[in-house]
Design a protein around this ligand. Structure first.
Ligand code: FES
Length: 109
């Protein structure tokens, strides 16, 4: 079992240091939900299907992440508050390589 340390800044600007498991097939959106860093109903609305953008976050560390898939790219092209470093949390599976990842949750849209 391998846990990684990541930092998540919530929508109130508070940064949380989180320990995330990499052996439970969790994605970043599910990690945010399990630590209750965003109110229920404001994140993960589509259940992780890349269809709502409620899990949008900004990646602020230079951690190498998997390439965006077509669904993620398409959703982000329609979402609000998108920046160059935007990603959909539900499309990012936690892996040991993501040790030190830092993200900021995008505003609720
Ligand atoms: S949870 Fe809907 S796009 Fe990620």
């Amino acid at each position: 079992m391998e846990d990684i340390n990541i930092k998540i800044t919530d929508r109130d600007g508070v940064t949380h240091e989180i320990v995330a498991p990499t052996d439970m097939a969790m994605n970043l959106m599910e990690v945010v939900r399990s630590y209750e860093l965003a109110p229920e109903g404001t994140i993960g609305v589509c259940g992780g299907m890349a269809m709502c953008a409620s899990c949008q976050c900004y990646v602020t560390s230079d951690t190498a992440l998997p390439e965006m898939g077509d669904d993620e790219e398409a959703m982000l092209s329609e979402a609000f508050d998108v920046k160059d470093n935007s990603r959909l949390g539900c499309q990012i599976q936690m892996t040991p390589e993501m040790e030190g990842l830092e993200v900021e949750l995008a505003p609720e849209s």
